[in-house]
Design a binder for this molecule. Structure first.
Ligand code: FNR
Length: 382
């Protein structure tokens, strides 16, 4: 209502409310380096395109006279009540986009009560972002270090700083072929990464000959080695369980068998995600694998979804296909680039309002009412 009223009062929004124009608008604001750090994808970009095409493969079938004038968007997820089934995805080195980086994002998320998942590759410390997050639920994303001491130290810091849910990203045990990053020699990334979490970690610093500030290229190389590893396995997840007492969510699941293994490993949730198309080129659209995975394990673990969410209709579709909640990535990064905390708030509020309206206008009063009857597959050629 507030957004409509502002419009009626002649107050033009700070930047576009059109999700289709957001990327182009950010491109005009950002230099090519920071822009492509966000917009880029693996290889030919086929997976990122497949993510969007997958949404286009479903159409919502609205129902009438269902008394959906009053709606409740809230959901309970892993023991936390959320105002809507939406979270901000973990995105690394956000200071590339705005000097306040993750602090701005955490503050905007907190204003709306939406959890922000803090990345291991954050450009601000675990502790500073925790403070910025105020009373909002704190989730921490782990890139799983090979060194058990560094891993335990990072988890310990996250726990002490009040993060309760641990999201373990499995799909990035090495960085994919990303032409946009390679073509600019990772420069924007390197400029933003100097303050990243591992560099401020005592266990990581202890393993370096010089302070990271004094030998940044060597520190970055060590850091890359720390996360590039093959010693991880389904069995080794027990190490994380020993060092984390809250819910654990595995991010990057795309195969039904892996979803079943996650259940067997005793975790509480999974994110059906292909990293926004930034890891495996030529992979299946993330939404295409969601229904089978939700059917297989949706009763046993919380099934979350990301990769390609841009609009309220996209959220409706993902929930109708079995997701309990969705994570959104690039759109809020573009908001951050436009105006720090206010920019993230503008994008997030727009997305939530769009979801609320699409949910209601399609005849639903709450996320719980959504199921596959709300959708119809798009017919070939339609
Ligand atoms: C990411 N993603 C990501 N994931 C993660 O687990 N840790 C991280 O540090 C990052 N960093 C990151 C940076 C940037 C610039 C992007 C675009 C993405 C992946 C992210 O969490 C999420 O899976 C995707 O962004 C979801 O796809 P959409 O919403 O961007 O299409």
């Amino acid at each position: 209502n507030e957004i409509y009223l502002q419009g009626l009062a002649g107050n033009v929004p700070p930047f576009t409310t059109d999700p289709g124009k957001l990327e182009e608008s950010a491109r005009q604001r950002l230099g090519p380096g920071p822009f492509w750090y966000v917009a880029g994808a693996a290889g030919s970009g086929a997976t990122a395109r497949a993510n969007r095409e997958a949404f286009d493969g479903w159409r919502i079938v609205p129902r009438m006279l269902t008394d959906a004038t009053t709606r409740h968007l809230g959901v309970s997820l892993l023991g936390t009540d959320l105002p809507a089934p939406v979270l901000l995805a973990p995105l690394g080195v956000q200071s590339i986009l705005h000097p306040d980086g993750e602090l701005a994002t955490a503050r905007a998320a907190a204003e709306l009560g939406v959890p922000f998942v803090l990345s291991t590759a954050s450009s601000h410390t675990i502790e500073d972002v925790a403070e910025a997050a105020g009373d909002a639920a704190r989730w921490f994303q782990l890139y799983w270090p090979n060194d058990p001491d560094v891993c335990a130290s990072i988890l310990d810091r996250a726990r002490k700083a009040g993060y309760r849910v641990l999201v373990v990203t499995l799909d990035t045990w090495t960085l994919a072929w990303r032409p946009h990053d390679l073509d600019q020699a990772y420069l924007p990334f390197l400029r933003g990464v100097g303050t990243a979490i591992p560099f401020s970690d005592p266990a990581f610093r202890a393993g370096l000959a010089a302070a990271p500030e004094d030998d940044l290229p060597m520190a970055i190389l060590r850091w890359v080695q720390l996360f590039t590893g093959t010693d991880k396995s389904w069995d080794r997840l027990s190490f994380l369980r020993e060092h984390w007492d809250g819910p654990i969510v595995l991010k990057g699941i795309q195969h039904v068998e892996d979803a079943r293994k996650a259940v067997d490993a005793g975790v509480q949730g999974i994110v059906v995600s292909n990293h926004g198309g930034r890891q495996v080129d030529g992979a299946v659209g993330s939404l295409d694998v969601l229904p089978d995975i939700a059917d297989a394990v949706g009763e046993q673990v919380a099934v979350l979804f990301d990769s390609g969410i841009r609009t309220g209709a996209d959220i409706v579709k993902a929930l109708a296909l079995g997701a309990k909640a969705v994570l959104v990535g690039r759109p809020f990064a573009y908001g951050l680039a436009h105006g720090g905390q206010q920019g993230v708030r503008h994008v997030l509020r727009g997305l939530l309002a769009d979801f609320d309206l699409t949910l209601g206008l399609s005849g639903h009063r709450s996320p719980a009412e959504l199921n596959r009857e709300a959708l119809r597959p798009r017919r070939a050629g339609a």
